[in-house]
Design a protein around this ligand. Structure first.
Ligand code: FDA
Length: 303
């Protein structure tokens, strides 16, 4: 049953027509709880508030699967404005970007040019850029882009998904690169990805421990308190330096725990999406946690 619900919401997240329509609706279905407004000013306010509480942030300008060049160009300009804002306002913040937002599905060369422009500004202002990992059909290309740029732009990294069988092998080439470790949010075939929660969780814990023992920085991105508690013990036991990792969670999820971890002295970063293109992001969150449906029902019945 859980898999049927998950497949249903993942199916909705991929529906282009609904995604396009939702941009015109404004926030609906309770999405505003998980998305920090539609513009740079609204997201900046949220970042400043979290920074005041010792929490660092990563901003995601929502949007993916862009198929029109003008939209990718507009997204690139918005990302550059965000980086400038981070610099001017001295925010403790970096950016997260999906390469399909910058035109990966349109034309690879066009996308590479867009990325380069963003990375040039990020390098000038010393702002870290993370390439979010999308579904498996974009995996190879995202890795290629990372490897293409990582020697010229040291302040870049990407995401490794523990549901992929190849995750451990791919991490072997990334011992010098900052990585966000996640379980994986898309529906992937049995030929490439573990399907059971036990295997995905076991792989996550194993990969996290290996990374923590290595040299490069790792963002441990999960809301799963079982995993967080196990890794907290490992970190204490192995005396892992706090400069080598952070915990990450999504804006609006387990907020109390986010503050608790920061108060306990763990480096913590909140992933903050903003923008009008919220539908696919929100449907994936419903796929992971159908309990969020309560918010949807409240929105439908009480507004
Ligand atoms: P999971 O959903 O497996 O839940 C495990 C347990 O944790 C639950 O059974 C429950 O006990 C508890 N729990 C979880 N959420 C809770 C809540 N809200 N309230 C109470 N209890 C809760 N994916 C991807 O493919 N590419 C990417 O680039 C990213 N980026 C990314 C960034 C960040 C900061 C995060 C946190 C996640 C991503 N993801 C992602 C999504 C990721 O792959 C994954 O789908 C979700 O994080 C869900 O898995 P979790 O490990 O969080 O818990």
């Amino acid at each position: 049953m859980a898999n049927v619900t998950r497949d249903f919401f993942i199916g909705l997240s991929n529906n282009k027509c609904l995604n396009d329509q939702a941009k015109k609706w404004g926030f609906r279905l309770g999405a505003e709880k998980f998305v920090a407004g539609t513009n740079i000013e609204s997201v900046t306010k949220v970042v400043k508030d979290l920074n005041r509480n010792g929490i660092s942030c990563t901003i995601d300008n929502l949007g993916e699967y862009i198929s029109v060049k003008s939209e990718a160009t507009a997204a690139k300009q918005e990302l550059i404005k965000i980086i400038e804002k981070i610099h001017v306002e001295k925010l403790d913040c970096h950016i997260s970007v999906k390469l399909t937002l910058l035109g990966l599905d349109i034309d690879r060369a066009f996308c590479i040019d867009n990325i380069k422009e963003v990375l040039d500004v990020a390098k000038e202002y010393n702002v870290f850029v993370n390439f979010d990992m999308e579904d498996y059909s974009h995996y190879e290309q995202t890795m290629e882009v990372l490897h293409l740029f990582k020697d010229t732009y040291p302040l870049i990294g990407t995401v490794i998904q523990s549901y992929l069988y190849r995750a451990a092998d791919d991490l072997e080439g990334l011992e010098d690169t900052r990585i966000r470790l996640v379980k994986g949010a898309y529906k992937e075939a049995e030929s490439v990805a573990y399907q059971s929660k036990e295997e995905i969780d076991r792989n996550f814990i194993q990969l996290a421990k290996e990374r923590l023992l290595g040299d490069a920085f790792t963002s441990i991105a999960t809301h799963d308190h079982h995993i967080i508690n196990e890794l907290k013990m490992f970190i204490a036991d192995k005396k892992i330096d706090k400069s080598k990792f952070e915990f990450q969670m999504l804006y609006g999820f387990r907020t109390e725990m986010q503050y608790e971890l920061a108060e306990e002295g763990y480096p913590f970063c909140t992933y903050i999406p903003f923008g009008t293109d919220w539908f696919a992001y929100f449907m994936r969150r419903l796929a992971e946690r159908p309990q969020n449906m309560n918010l949807v029902l409240k929105d439908v019945f009480y507004t």
